[in-house]
Design a protein around this ligand. Structure first.
Ligand SMILES: Cc1ncc(COP(=O)(O)O)c(C=O)c1O
Length: 431
């Protein structure tokens, strides 16, 4: 048991108290929320007493500093417990408890996710991750040899691989475009999409926020551009949903894919796929469904036997997310981002933050290039010697460490990372 965990148990009066806290997590968050009621989100962002309460919902080992929450986030302890409870219940008699009792409750998750995203529940499919959602879109659209697809070289590699496989298999044409980090402007990215359009362009794929630098892209303008030219725009929102507030109508999109084990803090193996009602007939599911399901969003959930527990716990994660509030969460993530990024950028010109540090173009994710320090060796050193987890981003066009704190991350943890980075910039990495 870690020192901090032990201290926490002690301060709460032992394991029984900790268990009570967990089942009580939402009530405690509501109490913490009352204490800051009426305060604007940026003011709450710096209220350490409030965030200490939020952090207590997570079973965090404070001997490790996790600054890669973007890859996959831990879920709060009570979200895990709801899932484990349902797994045990399923295991008693799966064909009844899992299929008959628990599986139908996916409809509550659909309803709540649809409310969060701002669409009709009949447009919301629950999947296992953003990859599954995006593969459904990429493989599900009818395309002929010579049809063109435009995406950026900063799209997620699995999706690029999927389009490239369709190119090899069916002769579609992929047209990757590049943009600098950070881009000159959102308008510049839109202009690059516009310049790539030909009479054969059928699909745009754009990331809402890139996993590489945390850049938020002008999705609505790209969707509008596509629509003007009869082009479908697939939005990869793997990192965007529940990291910062927005609704479907802000984006005007017809398709949206995300994971929920990143920023919603739902259990690992949860995601969603939104497809506007009018588009559902033309996108085939990955696993076959009968014709009567052609316009039923549930055709994208025809995946065979799977645990109901994981997706049902999405409802608990949504309640936790709402308990904090999307605005407060985004404000806190931006405060943490600025704390390390602005400090390091000011400390030494050899640090270059490749993420724009403002409220519209990024949120909790930041990428820092450290001139003279090899990115992969730096990441390995921080983890091996200091137990600080970061993400090495090595892209043909740029490289650096991606830093993604979480709502449970303390200021001390962020500062420990910055201290170490400043020191390494002075001394270099040990041979
Ligand atoms: C932009 C982007 N798209 C898609 C994915 C795939 O997400 P998952 O592995 O959860 O399917 C990721 C994962 O990091 C991502 O960053």
């Amino acid at each position: 048991m870690s020192l901090n965990r032990r201290a926490l148990l002690g301060s709460l009066g032992g394991a029984a108290a900790l268990a009570a806290f967990r089942s009580d997590a939402l009530a405690r968050i509501a109490d913490a929320g009352k204490a800051v009621a009426g305060k604007p989100a940026p003011a709450v962002a710096g209220d350490e007493a409030y965030w200490a309460e939020i952090a207590r919902a997570f079973d965090v080992d404070r001997t490790l500093i996790n600054l890669n929450n973007g890859g996959c986030s831990p879920a709060p302890a009570h979200v895990m417990e709801a899932m484990i409870r349902d797994l045990r219940f399923s295991n008693e008699i799966p064909v009844y408890h899992m299929w008959t009792v628990l599986e139908p409750r996916i409809e509550s998750c659909r309803r709540e996710l649809a409310a969060e995203f701002g669409c009709d529940p009949e447009e919301m499919a629950i999947t296992r991750n953003a990859s599954e959602s995006l593969e459904t879109l990429i493989m599900g659209i009818d395309l002929k040899a010579g049809d063109e697809v435009v995406y950026t070289t900063q799209n997620y590699p699995r999706m690029i691989t999927s389009w490239e496989q369709r190119a090899r298999r069916e002769g579609i044409v992929v047209k990757p475009i590049t943009f600098p980090v950070p881009p000159q402007s959102g308008g510049d990215v839109v202009a690059k999409f516009r310049a790539a359009i030909t009479p054969r362009t059928r699909v745009f794929e754009v990331t809402h926020i890139t996993n590489l630098t945390g850049q938020i892209l002008p999705v609505r303008d790209i969707v509008r551009l596509g629509r003007e030219h009869g082009i479908e725009t697939y939005v990869d929102g793997a990192h965007a949903f529940a990291q910062f507030p927005f609704k479907r109508d802000d984006l005007e999109c017809d398709y949206y894919a995300t994971s929920l084990h990143k920023w919603l803090f739902a259990p690992i193996g949860t995601g969603f796929l939104y497809v506007r009602k009018a588009k559902q007939k033309s996108i085939w599911p990955l696993m076959a469904a009968p014709p009567k399901m052609d316009e039923d969003i549930r055709k994208y959930e025809e995946i065979g036997t799977h645990p109901a527990a994981n997706h049902n716990a999405i409802a608990v994660a949504i309640a936790f997310h709402r308990g904090i509030g999307a605005e407060r969460k985004a404000a806190r993530l931006r405060l943490l981002r600025d704390r390390w990024a602005k400090r390091l950028a000011a400390a030494d010109p050899r640090f270059r933050v490749l993420t724009p540090l403002n409220d519209t173009e990024s949120c909790g994710i930041g990428l820092i290039h450290s001139e003279g320090l090899d990115t992969e060796k730096l990441q390995a050193h921080l983890w091996d010697k200091h137990r600080i987890m970061t993400t090495p981003i090595v892209h043909p066009e740029f490289n650096g460490l991606r830093i993604t704190p979480n709502v449970y991350t303390t200021l001390d943890e962020v500062d420990a990372f910055s201290d170490r980075m400043e020191r390494l910039m002075k001394t270099g990495l040990p041979a």
